[in-house]
Design a protein around this ligand. Structure first.
Ligand code: HAM
Length: 428
C-alpha cells in the first residue's frame, strides 16, 4: 500500500479562506475604484517571464535577483522566472505593444501574486500579493509623482489604513548619482572595519544599500555618512523641490528620509515608501519611485516612468489589527423547507430572491424544521424563510427574523418587496 501523504501548502505560501477572502475582494475592488477615478486602467500580465527581463531591470546584484527568484528551465531550455515584481513586466508590455504611440501617458494598474524566496515571517511570504500602478510616457513632471502619491494615500484612506507614514527621497540620476556613490564608497572604505559582513560586501556591489541597514551597531556610522541631498545636480534638486511643492499643494503629509534608497536598481530621482503601525519589522506596506530610462534599458524608446506597489498581505493585516475591517457579507435568507411538494416552490423562490441580489442558502436535502432552523442560526442567516405544506397550500411564505424570532406571513410579492427594501436599507 502506498503511504497516504497529507499535502500541505508550500512554506511561505498560504490559502486565503472565507471570510477573509471577502476582505481581500473588498480591498482589491476599492483599489480598482480609486485608481480608475484617476484614469488608470488595468493591465493583466503573465505570471512568468524571461529570466533576463528581471535580471536586467532589477539588477543582478540585488537580493531579489541574486537570491530570491524562482527560476526554472522550460522544456525548450529557455530560462523562465516567476515574477518577483511587475514593473519590469509593465515596461516589457509597454515596448511590445508600442504604447508610446498612444495619446497621453500610459496609466496602468495590476493586481496579483508575486514570488520571492525570502525567509517567511509575519507579513513576509514567498507568494505574496501586490496592487501596483505605473505611469509611463514622455513627461517626468513632478506633478505626476505627486498625483501618484495622492492616489496611493487616497486609497489607503478609503480602506481605513490611516496609521501610516509616507517617506520620500531623491536618489539623483545618472548625472549626479555616480559621483555620490563613489564618495560614499570612499567614506565606507574608511569605516569598513566597523561594518558587518553584508555592508562590507555592499561597499563593492552597491554602496547605496548600506544606507538601508537596520543593524543597530551600524547606525551611528551611517548617520555620519555624506547625504545625497548635498550632491544632487541642479535638475534633480529642482525636481525634488517641485515634488514637495506639489505635495504641499495637495495638503499631503510626508517625511523626508535620506536613507530611503530601495532594493531595486532601476530607480532614479524620486523614491518613496509607506510604513504602517503594528506590523513589526515588515512594516513597509508600499514602495515605489521613478524609473526614467528603464524602458530604454529594455530596448524601448526613451521613456519616463514612475509607480508603486502596495503589499496587500501586510496592508490587510494592518487593517485587521487596527480593527477597521468591514464585516463580511452575511447570508440573508436560509430557506427551511419540508415536504417534497414544497421543494418545487423552494427552488423557485430561491431563484427569484437571488435574482434580486440577496444571498440565499437552499439546503439540498429535506430536514426537520428544528434541525433546519438550527443550521440557519449557525450559518448566521438574517432570516429563515419557512416553507411547509401549509404555506404551499395557501401560496404564502413565513419569514422569521432570527435575531428576535419575529415572524410574518407574506405573499410572494410582499416577500420580495420586504426583503429588497431591507437589503437597500440595512444590507439584509
Ligand atoms: P518592493 O518594495 O520590492 O517594490 O515591493 C513593494 C511592496 O510589496 C513592499 O512594500 C511590501 O509591502 C510588499 N512585499 C514585498 N516583498 C514581500 C514579501 N516577501 N511578502 C509580503 N509582502 C511583500 C516593488 O516591487 C516595485 N515593483 C514597486 C514599484 C512599482 N516601483 C515602481 N513601480
Amino acid at each position: 500500500m502506498p503511504e497516504k501523504r497529507q499535502f500541505r501548502a508550500i512554506r511561505g505560501t498560504r490559502d486565503i479562506l472565507p471570510p477573509e477572502s471577502s476582505l481581500w475582494n473588498w480591498f482589491e475592488q476599492t483599489a480598482r475604484e480609486v485608481f480608475e477615478s484617476y484614469n488608470f486602467r488595468e493591465i493583466r500580465l503573465p505570471i512568468f517571464e524571461d529570466t533576463e527581463l528581471f535580471a536586467r531591470s532589477i539588477g543582478i546584484e540585488t537580493d531579489v535577483v541574486s537570491k530570491e527568484m524562482y527560476t526554472f528551465g522550460d522544456r525548450d531550455e529557455s530560462s523562465l522566472t516567476l515574477r518577483p515584481e511587475a514593473t519590469a513586466s509593465v515596461c516589457r508590455a509597454y515596448i511590445e505593444h508600442n504604447m508610446h504611440a498612444l495619446p497621453g501617458n500610459a496609466k496602468l494598474y495590476y493586481i496579483g501574486p508575486m514570488f520571492r524566496r525570502e525567509r517567511p515571517q509575519k507579513g513576509r511570504y514567498r507568494q505574496f500579493y501586490q496592487i501596483g500602478a505605473e505611469v509611463l510616457g514622455q513627461s517626468d513632471s513632478p506633478a505626476i509623482d505627486a498625483e501618484v502619491l495622492e492616489m496611493l494615500i487616497a486609497f489607503f484612506n478609503r480602506v481605513g489604513l490611516t496609521r501610516t507614514t509616507l517617506y520620500i527621497n531623491s536618489i539623483g540620476d545618472k548625472n549626479c548619482r555616480p559621483a555620490y556613490v563613489e564618495l560614499l564608497r570612499a567614506e565606507l572604505q574608511r569605516v569598513k572595519a566597523q561594518l558587518g559582513h553584508d555592508s562590507q560586501r555592499r561597499i563593492e556591489t552597491n554602496p547605496l544599500r548600506v544606507l538601508d541597514s537596520k543593524i543597530p551597531e551600524e547606525q551611528p556610522i551611517i548617520e555620519k555618512l555624506p547625504r545625497i541631498s548635498g550632491h544632487l545636480c541642479d535638475a534633480c534638486r529642482e525636481h525634488f523641490a517641485k515634488l514637495k511643492e506639489e505635495l504641499n499643494l495637495r495638503g499631503m503629509k510626508y517625511e523626508e528620509n535620506w536613507r530611503l534608497v530601495r532594493g531595486l536598481d532601476y530607480y532614479t530621482r524620486t523614491t518613496f515608501e509607506v510604513t504602517a503601525e503594528g506590523l513589526g519589522s515588515q512594516n513597509a506596506v508600499c514602495g515605489g519611485g521613478r524609473y526614467d530610462g528603464l524602458v530604454e534599458l529594455l530596448g524601448g524608446p526613451p521613456t519616463k516612468g514612475i509607480g508603486f506597489a502596495i503589499g496587500s498581505d501586510r496592508s490587510i493585516l494592518s487593517i485587521q489589527e487596527g480593527g477597521n475591517a468591514p464585516p463580511p457579507p452575511a447570508l440573508s435568507v436560509y430557506i427551511a423547507w419540508m415536504g417534497q411538494k414544497t421543494y418545487r416552490a423552494a427552488v423557485s423562490i430561491a431563484r427569484k430572491l437571488r435574482a434580486a441580489n440577496l444571498t440565499v442558502e437552499l439546503p439540498p436535502e429535506e430536514m426537520k424544521f428544528k434541525k433546519s432552523l438550527g443550521l440557519a442560526d449557525k450559518l448566521g442567516a438574517r432570516y429563515a424563510l419557512i416553507l411547509g405544506e401549509d404555506e404551499t397550500a395557501s401560496n404564502t411564505y413565513t419569514l422569521k427574523r432570527l435575531s428576535d424570532a419575529a415572524q410574518k406571513t407574506l405573499t410572494e410579492n410582499e416577500l420580495l418587496e420586504y426583503l429588497e427594501s431591507e437589503r437597500r436599507g440595512t444590507r439584509a
